[in-house]
Design a protein around this ligand. Structure first.
Ligand code: SF4
Length: 178
């Protein structure tokens, strides 16, 4: 074997080793953050964009999508945050992802999903929270109300929970009673 062939072979071995290492890391990271309930599910999408025009225009990027043994899909949203809990915004985000996937692919997406949270200090302990999603009608109504509010065709409502106002950038200009 010539010396250049040896170099090519060594390069190939190195590339294969790096790819294998990268796959192992990816796999263990995914496994560490996977909800227990999806232990037997198959990971089918990671960080994938879905785009639909009907029934509403939506662009939704999913973190993870799993296929259950029965064939339906389950969404998982990963979050790094101080509070170990899901927010209403997570539910809206996941509901939009569900509508986008169902209309783009024709697949059935389960009405429950997971918000998986990693605290800022815990490096390996993900906590998964199961959430029930809005149905398509609720999501469309929400999108229409948002559009009408931005176009000043309807009055905005106060946040349902007072604690949502803590730290709100509009607090100084908002007329919500203290
Ligand atoms: S301060 Fe006003 S604008 Fe901000 S969340 Fe509360 S109700 Fe909404």
């Amino acid at each position: 074997m010539t010396s250049s062939a040896v170099y090519v072979l060594a390069g190939l071995v190195l590339v294969l080793w790096l790819v294998r290492r990268w796959r192992c890391r990816l796999g263990s990271g995914e496994r560490a953050s996977r909800p227990r309930e999806l232990a037997n599910a198959e990971l089918i999408y990671m960080e994938k964009l879905f785009r639909i025009e009907e029934p509403i225009r939506l662009v939704a990027k999913v973190d993870r999508v799993y296929r259950l043994p029965g064939g339906s899909l389950v969404l998982v949203e990963l979050k790094t945050r101080r509070q170990d809990r899901p927010y209403l915004t997570d539910i809206i985000q996941l509901s939009a992802q569900r509508v986008a996937i169902e209309h783009q692919t024709g697949e059935v997406v389960e009405p429950v999903a997971f918000v998986t949270v990693l605290g800022p200090t815990s490096r390996r302990r993900w906590q998964s929270h199961q959430v029930r999603l809005l149905d398509e009608g609720q999501l469309i109504a929400l999108a229409q109300r948002r559009r009408a509010t931005l176009a000043l065709r309807t009055d905005p409502a106060y946040a349902t929970l007072v604690r949502a106002c803590v730290g709100c950038a509009f607090r100084a200009r908002c007329d919500r009673p203290e």
